[in-house]
Ligand binder design. Structure first.
Ligand SMILES: Cc1cc2nc3c(=O)[nH]c(=O)nc-3n(C[C@H](O)[C@H](O)[C@H](O)COP(=O)(O)OP(=O)(O)OC[C@H]3O[C@@H](n4cnc5c(N)ncnc54)[C@H](O)[C@@H]3O)c2cc1C
Length: 460
C-alpha cells in the first residue's frame, strides 16, 4: 500500500463523521477529521439538540395553563429570550467540547478548516495544507435549501439563524410544511409569537400517514397557528411595518421575521468530488452502495450527504457500520427498514413503519386500528388537545406495518414500538401485552375494532 499520511481522513465532524472517526481511531488506525465549523455538526450545533431546548422552553406556556386547571395559582409569566439563548449556547458549547474530547481520547486528529479533495487520495485543508489518506469518508451533511426565484429572499432566515435571533419577534411567517418548519412554528407559537405557516402542498408533513398529517395541522390551528395551504411565497418586501410576504394566491402577510424551511440539500458543493471522480445524484448527494461506498473504491460517504434517511441516529449507525467493516474486519451494513422518527410539534409525533397509503400500495389489503381521544390530563382541566393513535396491520399475516402516535411524549412511546416492529410483531402478539395503566400509551394495546376506510372519517 502506498505511504499515506493517514489511514482514514474524514471530512465533517458531525454525527456520522465523529462516530466513524472515533471507532476507526480506536482500532489503532491513523485518523484525521476536518471540520470547517464547530464539532458536533448539525445535530449538536444547529439541529436536534438546540431545537429540543427550544421545544422545552416553548412548552411551558401550555404547562402554565394546565397547571391552573390543576389548582395552581400562577402569577404573570414572562419569557426572557436572551437568558434562554445564553443558557442554550452554554450547553451547546459543553456538548461540542465533549465531542472534541471524545475524538482526541480515541486518538483522532482534528483539523479545523474547510477540506476539499484534489484527487482520490489527496485532501487540501484550509490552514493545514495538503495531506493524503488511504481511505476517505465524506460526512459533510446537508444545509438549508433556499429558492432563488423568490424576490427579496435575502430578507428571509433559515433554521440556522432561528437559533440566534437577537430578539424574539412578535410575529413570524414560516414557509414550508416539513418537520423542521412545523417544529419551529410550534416553538414560536408556544413562546407567544404570532405564527403563520405557509405551505405549497395540500397538507403538511408529506411522507407521513394522512390521518397524522391532518390531525397535526388541525391541532396546530387549535393552538392559534395560522396554517395556509396550497399557496407559496413569491416575494418578500421590507416595509416600515415589517416583512410583507406575498403569496401566489395574492394574499399578503406582514411579519417581523420570515423563515424558510423548504427542505435541505446535501452539502457537496466545493468539495472537489468531481475531481476525485465521485458520482453524485441529481440533488448533489453522494451515490453509495449498501456499504456506504461510492463509485470510487477508497471513498465512502455517510449521513445526510447521501440523502438516504436524514436523521442523526441513521448517520451514526452508517458511520459505525463503515468503521466496523473497514477497520475491525467485521462486515456490517445498516438496515434502513423500520427506522422510527419523531416530530417535536405540539402535540408531538412518533412514527415507525408504513403509512396507511404506502401499506395499501405495497401490501394491498391492510386493517386499520385508530383511536382519537382527549387524554385524561386534558379532560381534567377542560383542555382540548387530542391524541391520535393508529396501527396499520397486514391482513393475513397480522404483522404490524405501521404505528403512528400523536400525543405528548409520542416520540418516547414510539421507541418501544419500533423494537417490537423491527422483530416482526403481529397484532395478536401486540395485544397479548398487558396494558400499563393509567397511561395514554395503553391505548396502543387495547384497540380491538378495525375501522373502515377512510379511517379518520369512521371515528370522527
Ligand atoms: C433544525 C433541525 C432539526 C433536526 N432535528 C432532528 C431530530 O430531532 N432528530 C434527528 O434524528 N435528526 C434531526 N435533524 C437532522 C440531523 O441533524 C442530521 O440528520 C444529522 O446531523 C446528520 O449528520 P451528518 O453527520 O450527516 O451531518 P452533519 O451533522 O450536518 O455534519 C456535517 C459536518 O460537516 C462539516 N463540513 C461540511 N463540509 C465540510 C468541509 N468541506 N470541510 C470540513 N467540514 C465540513 C459541517 O460543518 C458539519 O459540521 C435535524 C436537522 C435540523 C437542521
Amino acid at each position: 500500500m502506498a505511504d499515506y499520511d493517514y489511514d482514514l481522513f474524514v471530512i465533517g465532524a458531525g454525527s456520522g463523521g465523529v462516530r466513524a472517526a472515533r471507532l476507526a481511531a480506536m482500532s489503532g488506525a491513523r485518523v484525521a477529521v476536518a471540520e470547517e465549523n464547530r464539532v458536533g455538526g448539525t445535530c449538536v450545533i444547529r439541529g436536534c439538540v438546540p431545537k429540543k431546548f427550544m421545544v422545552y422552553a416553548s412548552e411551558y406556556s401550555k404547562s402554565f395553563e394546565t397547571a391552573r386547571g390543576y389548582g395552581w395559582d400562577i402569577g404573570e409569566t414572562t419569557f426572557d429570550w436572551p437568558r434562554f439563548l445564553l443558557a442554550k449556547d452554554t450547553e451547546i458549547a459543553r456538548l461540542s467540547g465533549i465531542y472534541v474530547r471524545n475524538l482526541q481520547n480515541a486518538g483522532a486528529e482534528l483539523l479545523h478548516g474547510k477540506a476539499r479533495l484534489t484527487d482520490g487520495h489527496t485532501i487540501e485543508v484550509e490552514g493545514h495544507g495538503v495531506v493524503t489518506a488511504a481511505k476517505i469518508l465524506i460526512a459533510t451533511g446537508g444545509r438549508p435549501w433556499m429558492p432563488r426565484d423568490v424576490g427579496g429572499i435575502e430578507h428571509a432566515i433559515t433554521s440556522n439563524e432561528a437559533f440566534h435571533l437577537e430578539q424574539l419577534p412578535k410575529s413570524i411567517v414560516v414557509a414550508g410544511g416539513g418537520y423542521i418548519a412545523l417544529e419551529f412554528a410550534c416553538i414560536f407559537n408556544g413562546l407567544g409569537v404570532d405564527t403563520t405557516v405557509i405551505h405549497r402542498g395540500p397538507n403538511v408533513l408529506r411522507g407521513f400517514d394522512d390521518d397524522i398529517r391532518s390531525h397535526v395541522a388541525e391541532q396546530m390551528e387549535a393552538r392559534g397557528i395560522k396554517v395556509r395551504l396550497g399557496t407559496s411565497i413569491s416575494a418578500i418586501e421590507k416595509t416600515a411595518e415589517g416583512l410583507v410576504s406575498t403569496c401566489t394566491d395574492g394574499h399578503e402577510t406582514t411579519a417581523e421575521v420570515v423563515m424558510f424551511a423548504l427542505g435541505r440539500e446535501p452539502y457537496t458543493e466545493g468539495l472537489g468530488l468531481e475531481t476525485a471522480g465521485v458520482t453524485l445524484g441529481e440533488n448533489g448527494a453522494v451515490k453509495v452502495d449498501a456499504w456506504s461506498r461510492s463509485n470510487v473504491a477508497n471513498i465512502w460517504a455517510v449521513g445526510d450527504v447521501t440523502d438516504r434517511i436524514n436523521l442523526t441516529p441513521v448517520a451514526i449507525r452508517e458511520g459505525a457500520a463503515f468503521a466496523q467493516t473497514e477497520f475491525f474486519a467485521n462486515p456490517t451494513t445498516f438496515d434502513h427498514e423500520m427506522v422510527a422518527s419523531a416530530v417535536f410539534t405540539q402535540p408531538q409525533i412518533g412514527s415507525v413503519g408504513l403509512s396507511e397509503a404506502d401499506a395499501r400500495h405495497q401490501y394491498g389489503k391492510v386493517d386499520i386500528y385508530l383511536s382519537r381521544f382527549r387524554p385524561m390530563k386534558e379532560t381534567f382541566y377542560g383542555g382540548h388537545q387530542q391524541a391520535l393513535i393508529k396501527l396499520v396491520v397486514e391482513q393475513g399475516s397480522e404483522r404490524i406495518l405501521g404505528c403512528h402516535v400523536v400525543a405528548p411524549d409520542g416520540p418516547e412511546i414510539i421507541q418501544m414500538a419500533a423494537i417490537a416492529m423491527k422483530m416482526g410483531v403481529t397484532k395478536p402478539q401486540w395485544d397479548s401485552t398487558c396494558a400499563v395503566h393509567p397511561t395514554l400509551a395503553e391505548e396502543l394495546v387495547t384497540m380491538r375494532d378495525k375501522v373502515a376506510p377512510p379511517s379518520l372519517g369512521a371515528v370522527a
